[in-house]
Design a protein around this ligand. Structure first.
Ligand code: PLP
Length: 439
């Protein structure tokens, strides 16, 4: 090539949630009868959930409407944006959100890319660690540098470590915003009003905006309640809220998410930044039309709240059952999941080393795994996840794949099949023991 078109910053992008699927695929070619237990991807449909009947009905109805097949307004149908405003007011009655401050994207993944893409070079958004990798990857890719992170504390129910967060903000004057993911992926934590207040107060003190990823906000249980950051930040801090249909409908294949820009009047620079994100999305012409057309048919259906309540009841039961089983392992520290559908058990200090293995069914598969873990810088939890996958088919994602400073793994609590769920997690406990004692 005359000029090398390869951008080396791609090494800043990690998405092990999917990368481990390639490993599973290769193993299924090498091991006859290999069966993968997908505990890696937050896709309810893949774990036995059906799309609710009212969603299917709404799609059928929309299929007869020619509008479904056309472009929408580049920021989203005005009626869909007005619906978002009304929906936001249901949870936050004094919200002053205007429909011109709502922006649709083809899934929040697309919105996340646009949000970080439009930051000027060198301007940063501090990320939680562990973090959802699309945020941390796209932020660092846009910046051309490793992410700047604040710790979530596993010894305090995965709550943000505010001392660390403030120190990072002070040490890094290039930080313009704070990302908060609540309920949290990958930890399953939910933040109470005091935590949200501290977050808003810090943003206010240092004149930062907050980016609040709330894609799981309807999925909170174990006695916790969702606290609306819009109420606490009103009049104080510029705020972007991200919501969508991937998790609480669940319709991840619908590719529909939206961004709400709150408190834009507080700061002219933030207003201009918000406008630049709208312009960036305009370049994509429009976001997926169908979900926008039927948002009200889904969320306003008389059956939706009951459906959601049953969904949450089941997720609460699943997650507590899994936490109880995994807590029996003397090698793990387990925090309960209080929202979303993830858990991140951590290995206790010193439990893992780079000699541990599990029996792998045949030579070809063993050689493949050994090659995969042979690099000197392979994190110890990735090594464990590879052996676990090859030996049992159980597919979880290493915590370090979420930019975690601790070794562990993230699982989903979605599996609807109770027998299989219990069997898999009991097996996981015994296989961890086998792995730890192997060297
Ligand atoms: C915290 C968080 N934000 C955003 C997304 C992406 O959602 P979407 O399907 O709308 O792209 C996910 C998906 O798992 C997520 O966990």
């Amino acid at each position: 090539m005359r000029i090398n078109p390869f951008n080396p910053n791609v090494s800043l992008m990690k998405y092990q949630i999917r990368e481990i699927v390639d490993v599973a695929q290769r193993l299924s070619e090498l091991i006859p009868g290999f069966k993968v237990e997908n505990e890696n991807i937050g896709d309810p449909i893949a774990r036995g959930w059906s799309a609710p009947p009212f969603l299917k009905e709404a799609i059928k109805k929309a299929a007869d409407d020619d509008k479904t097949y056309g472009y929408t307004h580049s920021r989203g149908y005005p009626n869909a944006r007005k619906w978002v405003v009304e929906y936001a007011k249901r949870f936050s009655p004094s919200s002053t959100l205007d429909y011109e401050c709502v922006l649709f994207a083809s899934g929040l993944g697309a919105a996340i890319s646009a949000i970080y893409h439009m930051l000027p070079k060198g301007v940063r958004v501090i990320q939680p660690t562990p973090s959802y990798p699309t945020h941390a990857s796209m932020e660092s890719f846009s910046a051309g540098a490793e992410s700047i992170a604040y710790n979530l504390d596993p010894d305090n129910d995965w709550q943000p470590d505010f001392e660390h967060l403030e120190k990072q903000i002070v040490d890094h004057p290039e930080i313009a915003g704070i990302l908060i993911i609540n309920p949290n992926n990958p930890t399953g934590a939910v933040y109470d009003a005091a935590t949200i207040e501290k977050m808003v107060a810090l943003a206010e003190k240092y004149k930062l905006f907050i980016l609040s990823d709330e894609v799981y906000f309807r999925m909170v249980y174990n006695g916790h309640k969702y606290v609306q950051i819009t109420d606490i930040a009103r009049g104080r801090v510029p705020l972007m809220v991200m919501r969508g249909t991937s998790k609480d409908v669940p319709w991840p294949g619908g590719r529909c998410g939206w961004v709400e820009f709150h408190n834009v009047d507080l700061d002219e620079d933030f207003r201009k930044y918000a406008d630049s994100i709208k312009k960036r999305i305009l370049m994509e012409v429009c976001s997926t039309s169908l979900p926008q057309m039927i948002l009200s048919d889904i969320y306003d259906d008389p059956g939706y709240e009951k459906w959601l309540s049953d969904y949450n009841t089941q997720l609460e039961k699943n997650s507590n059952q899994i936490a109880d089983i995994l807590s029996e392992s003397p090698y793990l520290n387990v925090n309960r999941t209080n929202g979303a559908f993830y858990m991140m058990p951590l290995f206790k200090d010193g439990v893992l080393n780079n000699r541990q293995t599990l029996p792998v069914p045949n030579d070809a598969a063993r050689e493949y795994i050994e090659r995969g873990v042979s690099r000197r810088d392979v994190p110890l939890d990735l090594r464990f996840c590879y052996y676990l996958l090859a030996a049992t088919g159980i597919c979880v994602v290493p915590a370090t794949g979420f930019f975690s400073p601790y070794f562990g793994f993230r699982l989903t609590t979605l599996d609807r099949n109770e027998k299989r769920r219990i069997r898999n997690y009991k097996r996981l406990v015994s296989v961890i023991e086998q792995y730890v004692k192997s060297a």
